[in-house]
Structure formats: C-alpha cells, structure tokens
Design a binder for this molecule. Structure first.
Ligand code: GCO
Ligand code: MN
Ligand code: MN
Length: 383
C-alpha cells in the first residue's frame, strides 16, 4: 500500500497549523513565519486537498484595503496553481488584546460590536476565497472567575451574535453554513460551550438551527476527559457533523495539538472507522502542529504523518470490517436481535407478562475480550 491521499479524502490543514512557529508560554518561536503562498505550496507538496484560514492568517489585522486585495489575489492564484481549495474559513477573535474578555460574550458592548464587524468581514473574505463553511471557535469566550458574568448572559450574547451572523449570511445571499467548535478550557480558565453536547443543545435555541452544525475536535473532547467518538457520533446522528478537527492529545495535559493518531491509537482507529463507515463527506481537517523541535522538513513530516496515519487506519478499518473472525464474533454478539421495539398496547402487555431467565442473562460470556484483542492484533500488524 502506498497510502496516497486523493481529493475524495478531503484532507485539509489550517494555515495556522503548518504555519505554527512553535511559540509557547515558556519560549519564543523556533521557526520563521512563512507567508500564505509558501504554505499553500507546502500543503500541495504533502498531498493536502485544501487549506483553511483565520482572517488574520491571510490578511494581517492592520493591512490596508489595497494590501488586503493584493494578498487575496496572490492567495487565490496559489490555489489555482496548486489545485487546492479553501473550503473553510474562520475569524481570529482571540489574539488581539481587545478580545481579552471574549468577543461575542465580552462585557464591553463595543468589543461585542467590533467582534461582529470582524466576523462579517471574515465571512466576506472566506466567501471570496470559495469557503462553504465558517467555523466559530470561542477561544476567549469564557472566564477565569464567574464573578464577572452570569453564564446565562454569555449564552444569550453568543446566541444573539450567531443569529445576527446567520441573518447577515442570508441577507448577502451567501451559501454558507456555520459550525461551532467546542473546547472546555485554554486559553480561558473555562470556555463556554465546552463540549459537543453543549453545542448540540445550544444549536436548538438558535433562530436558524438548520444553518448551524458542530466542528468537534479530538483534542478538545479528550481534554474534557470524554470519548471523542461518542460526541462525534451524536453530532452525526443529529445531522450536525459538518467538519472535524483531527489531532491528538493525552488526557489531563495542556492543549497539545499532536499529530493525528500519535497519542491514542485505538481511539483514533475507531474514530477513522466511524467516519469511513458512515461515509462522512465533510473536510477532515488536521488541526495540529509539529513538535517545537522541528524545522520546515519536520513540519512536512508532521503533515505527511497526519495523512498517512489516517489512511493506514482507513485500510485497517476496511480489514476489520472484512475480517471473518471479527465478523463472526459480532454476529454472535448480536444474535437474536430482532430490530427496534415499537410500543403497542399488545406488545407492552406481552412484555410485562414475559418470563426472563435473569440468571442466564447474567451468566452469558460476551467475548468482548477476544474481540478487542483481535482489534489490537490487527492494529499491531500481526493479523
Ligand atoms: C484551538 C482551536 C483552533 C480552532 C481554529 C479554527 O485549540 O486553538 O482548535 O485551532 O480550531 O481557531 O476555528
Ligand atoms: Mn484545538
Ligand atoms: Mn480546532
């Protein structure tokens, strides 16, 4: 197997991922900043399908209109030259000191207004570059102390902003959907809309819920100690899985943004298997960055590694689904299943009267150990 990506895999990277200069709270950048055109060519070289950006990854926050137009022209020319697309865009509502208390949820109404303005301009920029999806990651929408804001007020303001921006998109006639990206903490002590579950519930309270979905991130659910796959599956079931951020993370650590599959291989396998089994056709974005030890070659190794691991796990998933022993075990586990139970008076009466052999139910061995070990054998390449 060569594990060569195709456009159908929809592997994308943010400009901020391969462009990450390796600055952290303890140390200065270890890599130079590369301009967007260079990064587009790098992504084409490693086999990506698309590139995503925050407004200010592409256009510096203090650029003049003329500079903006030149940068966008060069970027679009690079897309044409490489064949890459820009399916998703987003707003940086977290780096500038103006957003130190949040953007849409900030206590200062001027900050909230500025955030809306910046988001509308970001949406225009995204649409101009061909994006069909716009992400909202509320990086600074949170607190260090709940003394400063009633969390209900934060949710109200968040809702007001998303409603406003949905109305803006409709008014402009853009064909653009939104995806909200949950995260439990970092950079704030606590961030509102902490998990996929919070976001799914929040969407039902919006004016245009049909325009809005979720962008789950592996690391973010893991930081919250949750099973990523379960959140992703619930989003999918609700018809709300529009995009996914793939990376890796050890529970209980800082926001690590490791190369996809580099920390929790089995969980990553089941996630890839799920995405492939259900036929998820949204972009698979690698939202991660290279170790701080790497130079530009290491950044390429990182990006190629994300893609390669996904494709290896995709092939493993195919083999898992085709494995006679695994499938026989699954058939045994699910034997006797007669499909969904539907309520009727007769069914309920019969069920209430039925006698169960409770001891036998409890005594039955389920062979999950064997099934899991077969999975491990397959993943470790001895099967
Ligand atoms: C993070 C987030 C971001 C977002 C990005 C796009 O932890 O910093 O994952 O990388 O995904 O802002 O919305
Ligand atoms: Mn993240
Ligand atoms: Mn992300």
């Amino acid at each position: 197997m060569t594990y060569t990506p195709t456009p159908a895999d929809k592997f994308t990277f943010g400009l901020w991922t391969v462009g990450n200069p390796g600055r952290d709270p303890f140390g200065e950048p270890v890599r130079p900043r590369y301009d967007p055109v260079t990064l587009v060519h790098l992504l084409a070289e490693v086999g990506a399908y698309g590139v995503n950006f925050h407004d200010n990854d592409l256009v510096p926050i203090d650029a003049t209109p003329a500079e903006r137009d030149r940068i966008v022209r060069d970027f679009k020319a690079a897309l044409t030259a490489t064949g890459l697309v820009a399916p998703m865009a987003t707003t940086n509502l977290f780096s500038d000191p103006a957003f130190k208390d949040g953007a849409f949820t900030a206590n200062d109404p001027q900050v909230r207004a500025y955030a809306l303005q910046k988001a509308m301009r970001g949406i225009d920029l995204g649409v101009e570059c061909g994006a069909g999806l716009y992400i909202f990651w509320g990086g600074r929408e949170g607190t260090e102390t709940d003394a400063v804001r009633d969390p209900r007020e934060a949710l109200k303001r968040y809702r007001e902003a998303i409603n406003y921006l949905c109305a803006y998109v409709k008014d402009q006639g853009y064909s653009l959907r939104f995806a909200l990206e949950p995260k439990p903490n970092e950079p704030r002590g606590d961030i509102y809309l902490a998990t996929v579950g919070h976001v799914l519930a929040f969407i039902t309270t919006l004016d245009y819920p049909e325009m809005v979905g979720v962008n789950p991130e592996v690391a973010h659910e893991t930081m919250a100690g949750l099973n990523v796959l379960h959140g992703v599956a619930q989003a999918w079931e609700a018809g709300k899985l529009l995009h996914i951020d793939l990376n890796d993370q050890v529970i209980g650590r800082y926001d690590q943004d490791f190369r996809f599959g580099s920390a929790n291989l089995k969980a990553t396998f089941f996630l890839v298997k799920f995405l492939e089994d259900v036929g998820f056709d949204g972009p698979r974005q690698f939202d991660a960055h290279a170790y701080r030890t790497e130079d530009l070659e290491g950044v390429k190794d990182f990006a190629r590694g994300c893609i390669r691991t996904y494709l290896i796990l995709k092939e493993k998933a195919r083999r898992w689904n085709a494995d006679p022993e695994i499938q026989a075990l699954l058939a045994e586990i699910n034997a006797g299943d007669q499909g969904p139970v539907v309520y009727s008076r007769e069914h309920a009466d019969a069920l209430k009267a039925r006698e169960f052999d409770r001891a036998a139910l409890g005594a039955r061995g389920l062979a999950y150990e064997r099934l899991d070990q077969l999975t491990i054998d397959l993943l470790l390449g001895v099967r």
